[in-house]
Design a protein around this ligand. Structure first.
Ligand code: 9PG
Length: 731
C-alpha cells in the first residue's frame, strides 16, 4: 500500500488521498499539499505535518501546523483528507449519504444522491442559519457537519467523522458527481504567530457493512473524546411556547401550574419560554404587561409547587432595540466594514451577534445566569439561537475561531449555572456544545401543522420536519447529550391545532419511543381532560432511544425498534410510520427487525388489538396516512405471562416494576409503578393448559374479559403503585 491509498480488507479504497492547507502570508494566498503522512512539508512561512494513526480497523488523521517564518500566517482551511470519491462498489448515484446539519434545526438524514427530498431555499436567512460555510461553489456540493456516512447498498459503508470539535468547525464535503471528497477544518483566517503551532480536529475514518452502526460508533467516539454530559435522569415538563407563542401572562403560567397539580401530571420542569423579556439581551427587563409583578412571584410559585423552574434565553444576541446594545455597542461581532453582524432576525427585530471572546461579554453572561439561578431559582436553562455566537466576523480576540468563540460563551454559562443545573442547547451548532450541555434540541420546531406551511424547506416548523430530525439524529441520544425532540402537543383538533388523531398519536409515539426529553406545550388549563391520556402514555421517558432501522434506506425512516430487556422478560416495541398522505399496506418482518427466530405475540398498541402469533411477518393492510403503528413483539411463553399494559407506549418499559410467575401456586404477580393517576389495562396471555381462576388488583377481585382465546384483559386506575395478581389452574 502506498501512502496515498487508504483501504480496508473488504473495501472500500480511497485513492489519491492528500491533505491541503489554505493560508495567507501577508496578503498572498498559499496552498500546501501533503501526500505523505508523518513527513513535514515546508511552505512559505508554514510547516505542516500530516499525521495518521491506526484506530480500530480504520484511521485517525489530523494536521499539525507551525508558523516557521518571522511573520504570522493566517490560516483559512485545513483539509485533513481530500481525494476523489472512493470506490464503494456502486456508482455515487446509488449512494445514501448521512448528511448532518449545522445546528439544532438544520436537516439531518441519509440523503439519496438521486431523487432526494433535500431542498436549499437559497435565501440569505437560510444561509445565515444553516450553511456556515456557504460559498458560491455550493451548487452540487453536499456538505455535512462533523460527520458523514457514505453508504453503497447492500453493505459497503464509509464513515468520515470528526471525533473532536472544540476548536474548529469541521465539515465533510462531497461533490455529487463523485469528483471530490474532502474532510475540512475551518480555521477562519486566524493568525498563527511565528513559532506557534496548532493542530486540527481529528478525523476518524472507518469502514464496515452497517452504516447505522458506524454512525452510532462515531457518536460514542466523539462523546467519549469530548466528555459528553449524559444525565441519568431525563427531564419532563411543560413549556409555554407552542400554545402561547410568547403571549402568555404570569396568570397563564400559574393556571397551568395548578392544572398540572389537579390532574396529577408527572411533569417536572416549568419552562418559561420566549416572551417574558422586553428585548433579546435585556433578560431582567420583564414585560410587565404579561408579568405585572416581575418574574419573582411566578418563580416562587413554581418552586413552591415542587417544580424545577426553566428559563429560556437567547444569550448570544442583543436586539437592535435593546438596552444591552445601546449600552455596549462594542460587544458585538463586526463585519469587514466595522458594522455589527446580525446573528438572526427575531420575530422581525434584528439581533446582533455577541462577541463571546470579549471578556466583558463573558463576565456579563456569567452574571446574567448567576442571577437567574440566585434570584429566580432557575435550575433548567434553555439557551437558544446559539449559532449567533459562531457567525463569521471580526472579534475582540482575533486568534479565536468561530468554534472557540461559541464554546467560550457556553462555558461561561455552564460556569455560572453550576454543575447541577440542566443546560439545554437550541438553535445550537452541535459539535462545540458537546461536554457542556446536558440536552440538545436536535430538530426544527414542532408546530400545530403536520406539513410545513412553506414546503421545500426542511427546517420549516412542522410536526413532520421535527419528527424527521428526531429520528435521524436518534443515535446522538445518550452519546452526545440527551436529545430533545421538542414538545408534545395533545390538545384537541381546532383553531389551535391542525393535527388529526393519527398525527397526534404519531407525535406521541415517536417522542415516547425515542426516550428523550418529554415536555408538553398545550394550554393544560383549557385542554379537554380526555386528551391527557395521550400525554400520560409518553411519561415518563424511558431514557433509551429506539433505533431507526431503515435510516439508510429511506430519507424519511419508517421503522423504529426499541428492544427492552428486564430480568423478568424481553420484548420489542416497533414504531412503523406511514409518512404518506394516503393509506398504504405495510409489512413488518421479523427478519428486518433482527429479532431472534421464534414465535411472537403481536399487539397493535393504539388500536388496542391483539394481532395473534407470528414467526415471520405482520401485514398492516390499512396503514392510515401519518399513522404510526406501535407494535409489540413478545416471545410466546408456555405459561401465563404479561403481554402488555396500556399505561405507556413502550408497554412495560417504565411502569412494570416487576413480574413473577409462581409455578407451584399458579400465580402471576405484576407490580406496577408510575407517578400520577392514570387508567389503563393489563393484558395477559394464557396458554393451554392454563385457565384463569381470578384476578386481584391490590387484593380486590376484579372482573376481566377475554378478547380472544388465550388472552385476558383487566382494567384499573394506577395511582402510584398497584399490584396485579392473577391465579391460574391447569385444565
Ligand atoms: C422562541 C422559539 C422557541 C422554539 C425555538 C425557537 O425565525 N426562525 O427561523 C425561528 C426558528 C426557530 C424558532 C423561532 C424562530 O424557535 O426552537 O422552541 O423557543 O425559538 O422564540
Amino acid at each position: 500500500m502506498d501512502n496515498t491509498t487508504l483501504s480496508w480488507p473488504h473495501g472500500p479504497n480511497l485513492r489519491d488521498v492528500s491533505a491541503v492547507v489554505h493560508y495567507r502570508l501577508g496578503e498572498a494566498p498559499h496552498t500546501l499539499r501533503l501526500t505523505e503522512p508523518d513527513r513535514p512539508v515546508q511552505g512559505p512561512g508554514l510547516q505542516a505535518l500530516w499525521r495518521r494513526e491506526p484506530h480500530g480497523d480504520g484511521y485517525h488523521l489530523w494536521l499539525e501546523l507551525t508558523a516557521s517564518g518571522d511573520a504570522p500566517v493566517y490560516l483559512e482551511t485545513a483539509d485533513v483528507l481530500t481525494s476523489p470519491a472512493p470506490d464503494l462498489g456502486a456508482p455515487p448515484a446509488a449512494w445514501r449519504v448521512y448528511q448532518n446539519g449545522w445546528q439544532s434545526w438544520s436537516p439531518a438524514f441519509a440523503r439519496h444522491l438521486e431523487g432526494t427530498i433535500y431542498a436549499d431555499p437559497g435565501t440569505p436567512e437560510y444561509r445565515a442559519a444553516h450553511q456556515p460555510h456557504w460559498e458560491p461553489d455550493y451548487d452540487g456540493l453536499i456538505s455535512s457537519e462533523w460527520v458523514a456516512v457514505l453508504f453503497a447498498p447492500p453493505a459497503t459503508a464509509l464513515l468520515l467523522s470528526f471525533v473532536t470539535a472544540k476548536d474548529q468547525l469541521a465539515e465533510v464535503r462531497l461533490r455529487a458527481d463523485g469528483s471530490e471528497l474532502t474532510a475540512r477544518c475551518h480555521l477562519d483566517g486566524v493568525p498563527l504567530a511565528p513559532g506557534a503551532s496548532l493542530r486540527t480536529e481529528t478525523l476518524w475514518l472507518e469502514a464496515g457493512p452497517d452504516p447505522l452502526r458506524l454512525l452510532e460508533a462515531w457518536a460514542d467516539g466523539i462523546g467519549r473524546e469530548m466528555g459528553a454530559r449524559v444525565p441519568s435522569f431525563t427531564p419532563t415538563g411543560w413549556c409555554t411556547w407552542y400554545y402561547f407563542y410568547g403571549e402568555n401572562t404570569a396568570d397563564d403560567v400559574l393556571d397551568n401550574l395548578r392544572t398540572i397539580a389537579d390532574y396529577r401530571l408527572p411533569l417536572d420542569v416549568i419552562l418559561i419560554d420566549d416572551g417574558y423579556q422586553t428585548a433579546i439581551g435585556d433578560w431582567f427587563s420583564i414585560n410587565t404587561d404579561k408579568f405585572p409583578e416581575g418574574m419573582e412571584p411566578v418563580a416562587e410559585a413554581v418552586r413552591a409547587a415542587g417544580h424545577r423552574l426553566g428559563i429560556w434565553t437567547a444569550p448570544f444576541g442583543a436586539a437592535a432595540t435593546s438596552q444591552l446594545f445601546a449600552a455596549h455597542p462594542d460587544w458585538t461581532v463586526r463585519d469587514e466594514a466595522g458594522n455589527p453582524v446580525v446573528g438572526w432576525v427575531h420575530w422581525g427585530v434584528p439581533c446582533y451577534a455577541l462577541d463571546c471572546t470579549h471578556p466583558e461579554v463573558l463576565a456579563w453572561l456569567e452574571e446574567t445566569f448567576r442571577r437567574m439561578r440566585r434570584e429566580w431559582g432557575a435550575t433548567f436553562f434553555k439557551i437558544d439561537f446559539l449559532f449567533a455566537a459562531a457567525r463569521p466576523g471580526r472579534r475582540y480576540d482575533p486568534t479565536a475561531t468561530r468554534a472557540q468563540a461559541l464554546r467560550r460563551g457556553v462555558e461561561a454559562i455552564r460556569r455560572a449555572i453550576g454543575d447541577d443545573a440542566f443546560l439545554l442547547g437550541c438553535g445550537a451548532p452541535l459539535g462545540p456544545c458537546i461536554g457542556l450541555v446536558d440536552g440538545m434540541r436536535i430538530g426544527t420546531d414542532v408546530d400545530p401543522n403536520w406539513h410545513p406551511i412553506f414546503r421545500y424547506d426542511l427546517t420549516a416548523a412542522s410536526t413532520e420536519n421535527a419528527l424527521r430530525n428526531s429520528i435521524t439524529r436518534a443515535p446522538f441520544h445518550n452519546r452526545l447529550w440527551l436529545n430533545d425532540p421538542d414538545c408534545l402537543l395533545v390538545r384537541q383538533r381546532g383553531p389551535d391545532l391542525d393535527l388529526v388523531l393519527n398525527e397526534m398519536r404519531t407525535l406521541t409515539a415517536v417522542i415516547a419511543l425515542l426516550g428523550g426529553l418529554t415536555l408538553n406545550s398545550d394550554n393544560l388549563a383549557l385542554i379537554r381532560p380526555g386528551r391527557l391520556k395521550y400525554l400520560r402514555q409518553a411519561l415518563p421517558p424511558t431514557g433509551i432511544a429506539a433505533r431507526p432501522l431503515d435510516l439508510f434506506e429511506r430519507e424519511m425512516p419508517r421503522l423504529l425498534l426499541l428492544p427492552v430487556e428486564r430480568d423478568w422478560g424481553r420484548w420489542w416495541v416497533v414504531g412503523a410510520i406511514n409518512w404518506e398522505d394516503r393509506t398504504v399496506e405495510t409489512t413488518v418482518r421479523l427478519a428486518d427487525l433482527g429479532l431472534p427466530p421464534g414465535r411472537y405475540h403481536v399487539f397493535h398498541y393504539w388500536r388496542r388489538r391483539y394481532l395473534g402469533v407470528t414467526d415471520d411477518a405482520v401485514v398492516l393492510r390499512r396503514h392510515q396516512p401519518h399513522e404510526t403503528a406501535v407494535l409489540l413483539f413478545k416471545p410466546v411463553s408456555d405459561r401465563p405471562d404479561l403481554l402488555t399494559t396500556t399505561f405507556h407506549v413502550c408497554q412495560g418499559a417504565v411502569e412494570v416494576a416487576d413480574c413473577r410467575w409462581d409455578e407451584a401456586h399458579g400465580l402471576l404477580h405484576i407490580a406496577l409503578e408510575k407517578a400520577g393517576r392514570q387508567s389503563g389495562e393489563v393484558w395477559l396471555t394464557v396458554p393451554e393448559p392454563w385457565a384463569v381462576v381470578e384476578v386481584r388488583v391490590d387484593g380486590d377481585r376484579r372482573p376481566w374479559v377475554s378478547p380472544a382465546p388465550g388472552l385476558l384483559r383487566v382494567g384499573l386506575t394506577l395511582e402510584g403503585r398497584a399490584e396485579v395478581v392473577a391465579r391460574f389452574r391447569r385444565e
